[in-house]
Design a protein around this ligand. Sequence first.
Ligand code: AKG
Length: 507
Amino acid sequence: MLSCKRLLFKPTKLNNTKKKNRAKTTTNQNGSKFPINQQPTIDPVEEYEQEENVFSLRTSINHGVQPLGNFFLSSTSQNSRDIGLGNFKILSDELVLEILGLLDGSSLGIIATVSKSLFIFCAHEPLWRNLVLETLKGGFLFNGSWRKTYIAAHFPCFNVSSIGSCGLSIRDFYSDYLFQSWLCANLEMKHEWLGRDNIPRRKGISVEDFILNFEEPNKPVLLEGCLDNWVAKDKWDKDYLIKTCGDVMFSVGPVEMKLEDYFKYSELIREERPLYLFDPKFAEKVPKLGNEYEVPVYFREDLFSVLGEERPDYRWIIIGPAGSGSSFHIDPNSTSAWNAVIKGSKKWVLFPPEVVPPGVHPSPDGAEVACPVSIVEWFMNFYGATKDWKKRPIECVCKAGEVLFVPNGWWHMVINLEESIAITQNFVSRRNLLNVLEFLQKPNASDLVSGTRDRVNLHNKFKEAIDAAIPGTIDQLVSKAEERMKILPYWETVADSNSGGFKFSFC
Ligand SMILES: O=C(O)CCC(=O)C(=O)O
């Protein structure tokens, strides 16, 4: 259960000057500006405290919803939420209109009153987001909030500009469901979450050096200067990409969108889990994009290429606003990866394969992972726990022009600190070929293998294609790994079997 030490409403004069100043520039959680004369009459809280740490909020409008824990700390005996429809209030026409997006438009004549609680639930943006994505797929024009977007598309005669501007606040309304997503959408990343940077950084190292010190021992590294010759590094920004890609549709979460529409959304949005553009076919769809970057010299061995058209997905363009990102996962098919930031910056947290991150619960067969709903929620509730861990994570902020090497089997999580554009590729080299082969032949390969249609037969196809293209390689690698096993102390061989290195059980 959540609680907030400082009450959500602080109708004190002390903060008024600051709040008035803020009100001119701040936006609400839907991204729309509040006209100054329509600010809520009761000032909402500006800070959320947890374990003595002060969190800064980007904005402060959530209709006064408080976390459930506050109910038990307050003097009131009533949670307005529970009164529900019993607590009728006369609402202005404006509010009736707000609710009509959810209720049938034909009931306009009937609704004269409605409870504020219903209004608060109806204003919950994640519900509208689901409706938009279900009904409009990627064919929506985002206009500041999901509710407005839905209503504009389904009820074109409504003037949506008045929606969301009433600034209604309600007292004694407690709901973790509503509060949590609002909080996570509006929390600034704390300095403490960004400050730790313990990744090795290298510039201009040789391929041999990279293999010996990072790829072979399966350790992350941040590489500088690899993108200096990329056309993408100079050219890729919103305008260029929109012009180059035109009406091509890209994968954005559960839907497909044109870049122009996606950028319209990402410029305005502030939500807990922003939609993330993550497209594995970008270079086939727009070959020019594929020609405007080149694989850094360290990652040129690409053994999955022997499968030709049948290779699993391996390269993605990634675009997202601040707050978007990837929650904890291990990369597909036991591959390693590199991730190059072209614009923006990304905060990374990585744990070695034998350390499951706090708050993350993989199923025993590894096919599913239960994690906190959002990345910010993970930072709020679990990041602190890593401070005292023996195996502390590797962390960094990867900026434009830098490349992160993600070794196979490592858990990792990424949050964009500003609007970012990146390219990532997953690869198999001789250093992780045996791991990949072992992964592909697991008994539940049909659940585990991803990025390809023929999951079950991928192992045999890949092994045969490798044997044909580079005969004897697999046998050599097996002998080398067996030699290594002989000289490793017993406990290291056990640990190594989890760490993405050669596994003793391979045959
Ligand atoms: O969001 C990102 O840039 C990270 C992507 C990632 O983790 C991955 O491709 O495995």
